[in-house]
Design a protein around this ligand. Structure first.
Ligand SMILES: Nc1nc2c(ncn2[C@@H]2O[C@H](COP(=O)(O)OP(=O)(O)OP(=O)(O)O)[C@@H](O)[C@H]2O)c(=O)[nH]1
Ligand SMILES: [Mg+2]
Length: 288
């Protein structure tokens, strides 16, 4: 974001400054297409004299990006947790924060009331099952565990049936993470998706992809792959407490029209926030 600060400190909005702005936006992971859109709008506003150099330019860019994000994202929130039981599959490549985010979500839902079930369907690693169980305990929700090496789809199926029988409200399914380029993972997730529909019509109701904010442009490839295979319904952006401001999701939102549901801002149980376009775009251009 340093190069953006340099642009915002220019006294004049000449061609050089605008070119620097475009480059800086691309460097901030917003993508060439978004940068181009912003530039065209900034140009129009410069002509109208409705934008000025310095903080005027910063506020103008924030305003333009808000418009772009709002247009790209179907309105969120109301359907989260509906119907009963609501079944969520959390997917993503390894290490992005799927299990942690589910643990935080379980806690969040537990505080809201109603009964949630955390499903440790990452049978790929024994440690992953334990990790999910620990989060379940921390959140105060029930956990259904798979067997290491077992059939992840079968675990998810049983869990949804049990949740239906026990009139539970939410089923939160943790899945294994591997490289998105590895076919077996996609096949395994597609199978889980199919099998869930047999346990409960319309399940899974949501499939959210977890993206690590520090990923950069590779995030686009991850979204494309998972979206093509599974038909995602939302995104979660994690690790926003680190150095990255997550400019990548502006690019992603434009390209795929997917809503960002939550953001992760730390490793603790309370470090989950609903996504807020206004807050996010302002933070993106915060003075360092
Ligand atoms: N700082 C920070 N760390 C996070 C956040 N979310 C997750 N982490 C950390 O990222 C690491 C990986 O998190 P996991 O939840 O295990 O990731 P995963 O996607 O389940 O990983 P696999 O199951 O191996 O695919 C852990 O050390 C988490 O504590 C976040 O929002 N901020
Ligand atoms: Mg995990």
């Amino acid at each position: 974001m340093g190069s953006l600060e340099a642009v915002f400190s220019r006294k004049r909005l000449d061609i050089d400054t605008l070119e620097e702005l475009e480059e800086a936006l691309i460097l901030a992971d917003l993508g060439a297409r978004t940068a181009d859109k912003v530039l065209r709008e900034v140009n129009a506003r410069v002509k109208d004299k409705t934008i000025e150099a310095g903080d005027g330019l910063r506020d103008g860019v924030i305003d333009i990006l808000r418009g772009i994000m709002a247009g790209a994202m179907p309105s969120a929130a109301e359907t989260i947790g509906q119907p009963q039981p609501w079944v969520l599959m959390m997917v993503g490549v390894n290490g992005v924060g799927k299990t942690t985010t589910l643990g935080k979500l379980a806690h969040h839902f537990h505080q809201q009331g109603g009964k949630s079930l955390l499903v440790a369907a990452d049978t790929f690693r024994a440690a992953a099952i334990e990790q999910a169980a620990i989060w379940g305990e921390r959140a105060g929700v029930d956990v259904i565990k798979g067997q290491p090496g077992g059939d992840a789809a079968a675990v998810a199926f049983d869990a949804v049936q049990a949740a239906s029988a026990r009139h539970m409200d939410r089923v939160l399914i943790d899945t294994a993470g591997r490289l998105h380029t590895k076919a077996p993972l996609m096949e395994e997730l597609k199978k889980m998706q199919r099998v869930l529909g047999r346990a409960l019509p319309d399940a899974p109701h949501d499939i959210w992809l977890v993206l690590d904010a520090t990923t950069g442009q590779n995030g686009i490839a991850q979204v494309r792959q998972f979206h093509e295979s599974l038909g995602l319904t939302g995104l979660v952006l994690t690790k926003l407490d680190g150095t990255s401001k997550g400019g990548i999701v502006i690019n992603v939102a434009q390209e795929f029209q997917l809503p960002i549901r939550y953001i992760g801002v730390g490793e603790g149980v309370d470090d989950l926030r609903p996504f807020d376009v206004a807050e996010f775009t302002a933070a993106l251009f915060d003075k360092a």
